[in-house]
Ligand binder design. Sequence first.
Ligand SMILES: [Zn+2]
Ligand SMILES: [Zn+2]
Length: 144
Amino acid sequence: MNNMFNLDGRLHIPNRAKIYIPYFKFKSLEDNYVVEKAYCSKNHSLLSNIRINGSNGIHLLTSDLSGKKQCNVVISAFAGTGDYVVLSGEPFHENDIVKVFCPKCKTELDILFDCECGAHIYVIYGDKDLDWYYGWSFCSRVGC
Ligand SMILES: [Zn+2]
Ligand SMILES: [Zn+2]
């Protein structure tokens, strides 16, 4: 298990994320915040049946920009932990730019804006109204 979140809680798979989701959307558990709802833009839940750290993980399909290399991964829903499970494929490396898809409909996650590093910033929605304010965003460059 590599670190997927930094100690400051930023998502590190495929990139770390700053969490914009208000705390009331999380369940506090041992000082960590748990993502209990996560949706793609088509309203599919990204929550997996695979439990990591005692909570359902978040299932994401990632690929390189050409789409040739893919990694199917479940990440811990606990902000601040670094745990994940690779279902298939090879994890990406630091500085790689990845595309991120819903594993159910294969739709690319919505892009909020571009990071100052030039890569896209994706959003995972925290409610079915697809209000990006209640979501997480993360840069698609690993480690940015
Ligand atoms: Zn979907
Ligand atoms: Zn970036």
